[in-house]
Design a protein around this ligand. Sequence first.
Ligand code: UD1
Length: 430
Amino acid sequence: MDSIRVRGGGPLMGSIEISGAKNAALPLLAACLLTDGSLTLSRLPRLADIQTLSKLLIQHGVEVKPAASDDGDEAVGGTVTYTAAKITDTTAPYELVRQMRASVLVLGPLLAREHVATVSLPGGCAIGTRPVDLHLKGLQQLGAQIEIEAGYIHAKAPKGLKGGRVTFPHVSVGATENLLMAACLAKGESVIENAAREPEVIDLADCLVRMGARIEGIGSNAITVQGVDRLGPAEHEVVADRIEAGTFAMAAAVTGGEIELIGARTDHLGALTEALAFSGVQFKRTPRGFSVKRSQTELVGVDIKTEPYPGFPTDLQAQFMALMTTAKGASMVTENIFENRFMHVPELARMGADINVHGGTAMVRGVEGLNGAEVMATDLRASVSLVIAGLIASGETTVNRVYHLDRGYERLEEKLAACGADIKRISAKN
Ligand code: UD1
C-alpha cells in the first residue's frame, strides 16, 4: 500500500488546476443508463471511484469509450463516451457495490428504463451507517415495488414508474439524485420536496435537461419533473470540484502562502469563504478562478457546523479542523451530517493537536505548532486533513493507506508539490 510523506515547510505559492467533481461525475455516469443514446462527459476526474462505477456500468451492458482526442492531458481530465444502447443485465452485484456506495445510483435509472433492478445494499462505511431508506421510499412513491432479500434491493415497476410527490424528511444528496433520474422517465409529473441543492445535484439536472428531460426548480428545494418517453444523447462538462478547491484553499491558508485555483468557483464555496474570512483568509476572484491567501500573520479560531448546501460541507470539515489546530484561540466544529466523522481527531492529536470531542462537536484549542508523525485515516477527507496538518508540522509526516486519497483527489501530491510542498508518494514496492 502506498503512503505519502510530507515535510512541513514554507508557504505554498503558485496555481493549481481544479479537476471535475467526483461527486458530480458519479451520478452523471449513472445517468447514461437512462438513454440508448451516447452520453459524452468531459473534465472527468481520473480517479479510482470513476473506474469502479465504469466497471459496474460495463456489467449492465454500457460501452465505455475514452475520446480519441483524449491524449491523456492530465491537466484537463478525461473525456469519455458512455453508450447504454441495450441494458444486458439489471443486477448490480455486491462485489462491485461494496467497493463504492455511489453504485446505488444505478437503481433509479435501471428501474425507470428497464422497469426492474436488483442492486446490492451498499452496507455501512467508515463515517457512519449511511442507510438508503430515503432512496427506496422515494422510488415507492413513484410506484416501485421493493423487497429486500439476502442483502439485495429487488425493485420492479411492471408497468413503468409513474409520477408522484416525494417529500424527504431530511436532505439527502444521493436520494435526490436517484429520484431525479427515475422521475425523468416516469409517466406524468413528479415533485421532489426538501430536495438537495448541492452544485452536484444541479450539474446532474443540467445534464438531464441536455438529454431531453423536463425539469423545473433546479437548484431549489422543490424540483418538478415532467416525465418523457425517452432521453437522447448529450455532451456535458463536469462541474469543478468545490471540495478539491476548498481543500487547496486551506492548504494555502495553513502555510501562509498564496495559491490561484484555476477553474474553481467561489459561488459554490460560500460557507467556507465566509468562515475563512473570519479566520483571516482572503479570497479574490481572478480571470481563471480565484486566489487565496492569508491576510494576517495568525489565523484565528472560528466555529463551524456542517449542514446541507448552502451550509458548510461535511466534506470540508476534517480539513477545516486541521487548519484550526494551530489557529489562535478555540474553534468549535460540529458535524451534523454523519455520526462518525471525527476519525481524524486521534490522528491530529498524535501530531500535537489539542482536540476534545463531545458527541457531534469537537472543541479545537489552537496550539503553537504540530509535529510530524506516522498517521493514517479510514476515509478520504480525513486522510487529506492529515496531509494539510503535515504541511506545517515540524519534521516528517507519513500518511498511510493512501488509497483513500486516490479515491477522491487527482494527483494530490503533484499539485501540492508544484506549489512548493515537500511531498512525495512512497510506493509500496520501495
Ligand atoms: C453526503 C453529503 C454530500 C457529500 C457526500 C460524501 C450532505 C447533505 N450530503 O451525500 O454533500 O458529498 O456525503 O461525503 O451533506 N440518509 C438517510 N437515508 C437515506 C440517505 C441518507 O438516513 O436513504 C442520511 C445519511 O445517513 C446522512 C444524511 O441523510 O446522515 C445525508 O446523506 P446523503 O446526502 O444521502 O449522503 P450522500 O448522498 O452520501
